[in-house]
Write a protein that binds this ligand. Structure first.
Ligand SMILES: *[C@@H]1O[C@H](CO)[C@@H](O)[C@H](O)[C@H]1NC(C)=O
Ligand SMILES: *[C@@H]1O[C@H](CO)[C@@H](O)[C@H](O)[C@H]1NC(C)=O
Ligand SMILES: *[C@@H]1O[C@H](CO)[C@@H](O)[C@H](O)[C@H]1NC(C)=O
Ligand SMILES: *[C@@H]1O[C@H](CO)[C@@H](O)[C@H](O)[C@H]1NC(C)=O
Ligand SMILES: *[C@@H]1O[C@H](CO)[C@@H](O)[C@H](O)[C@H]1NC(C)=O
Ligand SMILES: *[C@@H]1O[C@H](CO)[C@@H](O)[C@H](O)[C@H]1NC(C)=O
Ligand SMILES: *[C@@H]1O[C@H](CO)[C@@H](O)[C@H](O)[C@H]1NC(C)=O
Ligand SMILES: *[C@@H]1O[C@H](CO)[C@@H](O)[C@H](O)[C@H]1NC(C)=O
Ligand SMILES: *[C@@H]1O[C@H](CO)[C@@H](O)[C@H](O)[C@H]1NC(C)=O
Ligand SMILES: [Cu+2]
Length: 848
């Protein structure tokens, strides 16, 4: 249960009181009187001693409460002192309650979300009803996936269509009903020569034969083409078996001679073949470049470390294989126009044969080398002796920790997202989440040069695998499931999102004098998920702190995609016998839809500039010094920029209508934290218009229901004319006191070195930003925690140890949650949707 701190008004806003601030927010968004967020509800529920408060009741209570509101106290320190429980540690007065039962519990407390989660998924029943309805529509001409050939139409995706912000706000901030529910369906039309994907909207839900309908979904695309985008992979499977393998088989004499290996399209193949992504799209032609890789045999997923340096190019335009053509070979920097030309050269005297990359200990992630001193003893570990100190509504995927609350969304393309993030009852962000992740390679060879993965094509949702307790997250964490749709089934990733508190290895605050020392613990709260997209593992952590700050951090581990070493010196370190650590830029775009004290916001820039100043007191002499320059981002024409050199410019999202008592704008600052970057390549030949979001660090647009995402999963299919061209978001609109969205890039210029073998490590492969209150409150909010201490000392003794009423229980440590039983790791649970079979879930974890 929530307890109202005695002096919340003072802590919250200094001179401003809590209740007046509610009116400020409400009038700012014109949604008065039917706001219903958690904090207000609880505050008022506490006053009324009742659990449920209707909108009408709220009104009455609020009206009463304005009169009854407690008067602000002028000195929070004095006020805090009145609550003090002095403890003399030297006299042994600290009471230690032994209570072992608490130690073995870890699950979050349960709470009921104040509103439905309108960003959540579909229920099993809803998804099943949409699928069977779709199969009953003759105009869609669908075939079930398991029976489909590449000339049939299939359903790729069924998930909830996110509501428009305009509609969602009327519900979450007002008394309106939840927005009408629709399914977002993605179809794969392959029954005709011009294969295409199509986004459609189906609904409203629950489906009713009389009112249900489907329509093309393109309001959120910049390309208006009924939600259609061409499918360049329509014949993928056949292309591999009937085009790629015959070519590789045709040079089996050479591959056997070079590497004692073959790629014939057989189960016992010892080579695999794959290449560029996206396919090269130029002058109406679709070009593949493929290369040979040694196939790992020892169970480790090391394929991307074993390139062999032989490349071939195919023109695979259109769906008629008789029109496809082999365009040439590349080996050791020499291009051969035909297989005959290459074979002739290969078997000629003097042909230079280069070495192969072969798996070995250097590619294996298991322990190797002598055991380190004392490493076989159990390392330090954290426990949660009072169980979880946060609350979760696992059905609504709603979370409360200290004064923060938020809802969790999850979708196929981008995985986890956070919605309606509030602090002390006020929304900070309407939405915070990944939009797209780019890994743009470069190299002398055409495969590295042509590789620019846009990972939402594969999706972050399907690869958000089960987390390993005690390793990915503390064992005492609370775990949530996530689900995604594939081939008429819903896959449920068990325990794929974790929530936990953690004690940082440094305090939040400290100060020493010769008489006392004061220190505050830095206990933060994290939501984490990990998506393994192919060779890479991306770890996403959203962290909340007691000072009101929020951080987003991405870490990367897993296997690098490496290059063959020949002629690649300008594009990477040589990291093994025949291996180059192929240079690449990771850029990950995040959407941060700020609502600072309402939706009308402005971005303030505060710059440190060198200056020469003459002062009334400086005797007429100029002094070299510095000053602050304040300005605002006025319109979308100024909306795209980079972090300033020397970190000179603060970027602050403020509300110009919400000044504090000193006339400064209340706001949240966006703080570059570590390793930020944007794409080095200018106007990428591989990507054209598919990832314009990658070109700057910070981009600000006016929020629009028609621009919910900076990218689309199929931008890679038509890079010159993609479904979402981010450039088109910028049309000069005013950004002054508008609803703003900030599109922020995280990333890393990755030049893998020998330390990336066998895997890149999370310690140094990371990037993050923070959002911190900037004049938002009248003082630091972490003063509110009781987990701080002030020790008065002198003459060799501590006379007072003030612990502010913090819990000082100890308990016998139950080791169970700390050292979990990992045999419980299960993988995905699958539920068939067509035919719908909810009572027969089965385990299956396959590559999607
Ligand atoms: C120990 O925990 C149990 C269960 O939560 C509780 O009933 C009991 O009062 C606790 N004992 C002490 C000494 O706090
Ligand atoms: C696939 O086709 C077979 C043979 O026609 C049929 O028995 C089966 O029911 C089909 N599968 C589905 C899921 O409809
Ligand atoms: C429906 O799809 C089948 C393949 O599944 C195709 O042969 C047929 O031409 C399609 N019908 C129409 C009207 O497009
Ligand atoms: C969202 O708003 C757009 C533009 O006004 C509209 O076309 C679309 O139908 C709305 N979407 C939903 C799900 O209501
Ligand atoms: C809706 O239509 C489908 C297909 O025509 C039918 O199987 C189903 O029974 C109908 N449902 C209702 C509630 O009428
Ligand atoms: C070539 O590979 C085969 C199996 O793929 C193996 O039996 C043979 O020993 C290898 N030859 C050499 C020279 O490594
Ligand atoms: C691989 O399998 C094929 C067909 O089964 C067989 O002819 C060939 O000898 C096998 N190759 C090796 C290297 O075992
Ligand atoms: C996750 O799914 C499993 C298996 O369906 C279920 O037992 C568990 O309760 C789910 N967890 C949550 C937090 O909903
Ligand atoms: C401080 O500690 C010392 C030794 O522990 C003791 O002799 C002395 O009396 C203490 N002084 C006070 C003021 O408590
Ligand atoms: Cu990398």
């Amino acid at each position: 249960m929530w307890e109202q701190p005695e002096d919340i008004n003072d802590i919250n806003l200094g001179k401003e009181r809590l209740l007046p601030s509610f009116f400020l927010m409400v009038s700012g968004t014109m949604l008065w009187p039917c706001f219903g967020h958690a904090y207000v509800m609880k505050f008022l529920a506490g006053l009324s001693k009742g659990p449920v408060v209707s909108c009408a009741l709220l009104l009455g209570l609020l009206a009463q409460d304005v009169v009854a509101a407690p008067q602000p106290k002028s000195d929070w320190v004095q006020n805090a002192k009145s609550r003090k429980k002095m403890t003399d540690i030297l006299n042994g007065k600290i009471r230690r309650d032994l209570n072992t039962t608490l130690c073995s519990e870890s699950a979050a407390r349960t709470v009921s979300a104040p509103k439905q989660n309108v960003w959540g998924g579909l229920t099993d029943e809803e998804a099943a009803s949409v699928v069977s309805w779709l199969f009953a529509q003759p105009d869609l001409n669908l075939t079930v996936s398991e029976n489909a050939t590449e000339w049939d139409n299939t359903i790729i995706l069924v998930e909830k269509l996110a509501p428009n912000k305009t509609d969602a706000l009327k519900y979450i901030d007002g008394c309106a009903a939840p927005p009408a529910k629709y399914a977002h369906v993605l179809l794969d039309h392959r029954s005709s020569v011009d294969a295409y994907y199509q986004d459609i909207k189906v609904g409203p839900l629950p489906l009713d034969n009389a009112t249900a309908s489907w329509e093309p979904l393109d309001y959120y695309l910049t390309k208006k083409n009924e939600g259609k985008v061409r499918n360049l992979e329509a014949d993928h499977d056949r292309m591999v078996s009937e085009w790629i393998y015959p070519i590789s088989a045709s040079v089996a004499d050479i591959t056997l001679d070079l590497w004692n290996a073959t790629a014939m399209g057989l189960d016992n193949d010892t080579l695999s073949i794959w290449g560029i992504d996206p396919l090269w799209q130029d002058d109406g032609r679709i070009i593949r470049w493929d290369t040979f890789w040694n196939k790992p045999t020892d169970g480790f997923d090391v394929g991307t470390l074993l390139p062999l340096g032989l490349f071939f190019m195919s023109d695979v335009t259109g769906r008629d294989p008789s029109q496809w053509s082999l365009e040439g070979w590349l080996y050791n920097g020499i291009f051969y126009k035909t297989t005959e030309e290459f074979r002739k050269a290969y078997w000629s005297p003097g042909f230079e044969k280069l070495g192969a990359n072969v798996e070995g200990d250097w590619t294996r992630t298991d322990q190797q080398g002598p055991v380190l001193p004392m490493d076989a003893s159990y390392p330090p570990t954290q426990v949660a002796p009072s169980a979880s100190r946060f609350s979760v509504d696992s059905e609504q995927q709603y979370v409360e920790w200290m004064d923060f609350s938020f809802y969790i969304g999850f979708n196929r393309d981008t995985g986890v997202s956070l919605h309606d993030i509030r602090y002390k009852g006020e929304r900070l962000l309407y939405e915070l989440g990944l939009q797209e992740a780019l890994a743009h390679y470069a190299g002398f060879d055409p495969v590295q040069s042509g590789t620019s993965y846009l990972d939402t094509y594969y999706g972050f949702g399907p690869y958000a695998f089960e987390l390993v307790p005690g390793y990915d997250c503390p064992a005492y964490a609370t775990y949530l499931n996530s689900s995604f749709y594939v081939s008429e089934t819903t896959h449920n990733h068990l325990n794929s999102i974790c929530l936990f508190e953690y004690d940082a290895d440094y305090p939040m605050q400290r100060h020493s004098t010769s008489k006392y020392v004061s220190v505050t613990k830095n206990t933060y709260f994290t939501l984490r998920s990990v998506s393994t997209v192919g060779n890479y593992d991306y770890m996403f952590s959203y962290t909340f702190s007691m000072d009101g700050s929020v951080a987003v951090e991405v870490r990367a581990s897993g296997y690098i995609q490496s290059a063959y070493f020949a002629k690649n010196q300008d594009y990477g370190f040589q990291i093994h016998d025949a291996l180059s650590g192929s240079m690449h830029d990771h850029v990950l775009n995040f959407k941060a839809d700020f609502d600072i004290l309402g939706t009308a916001n402005t971005v303030q820039l505060m710059k440190n500039v060198p200056a020469q100043k003459v002062y009334p007191w400086s005797g007429g002499k100029a002094r070299n010094t510095m000053t602050l320059e304040r300005s605002f981002v006025e319109s979308e024409d100024q909306g795209r920029f980079n972090w300033a050199e020397n970190s000179a410019t603060q970027v602050i999202v403020v509300n110009q209508d919400a000044k504090n008592q000193y006339g400064e704008y209340r706001g949240y600052r966006v703080l570059p934290y570590t390793g930020l970057c944007h794409l080095t390549v200018k106007d990428s030949s591989n990507l054209a218009n598919a990832a314009r979001w990658a070109e700057y660090d910070i981009q600000v647009t006016k929020q629009k229901d028609t621009e919910p995402r900076s990218a689309h999963a199929y931008n890679s299919q038509d890079v010159h004319d993609p479904p979402v061209n981010f450039d088109k978001f910028f049309d000069g609109e005013s950004l002054v006191q508008e609803d703003l969205v900030m599109w922020l890039n995280l990333g890393m210029h990755h030049v893998p070195h020998t330390g990336d073998l066998p895997n890149t490590v999370f310690t140094t492969a990371h990037s993050g930003f923070q959002f911190m209150p900037s004049n938002y409150f009248s003082m630091d909010q972490s003063r509110q925690t009781v987990n701080m201490v002030r020790i008065e000392y002198g003459g060799g003794n501590a006379s007072t140890v003030e612990t502010f009423g913090q819990k000082d229980d100890t308990c016998a440590l139950n080791f169970t949650p700390v050292e979990p039983d990992l045999v419980g790791y299960k993988g995905d649970v699958v539920i068939r949707k067509f035919p719908f079979d909810p009572n027969d879930p089965f385990f299956e974890t396959d590559s999607i």
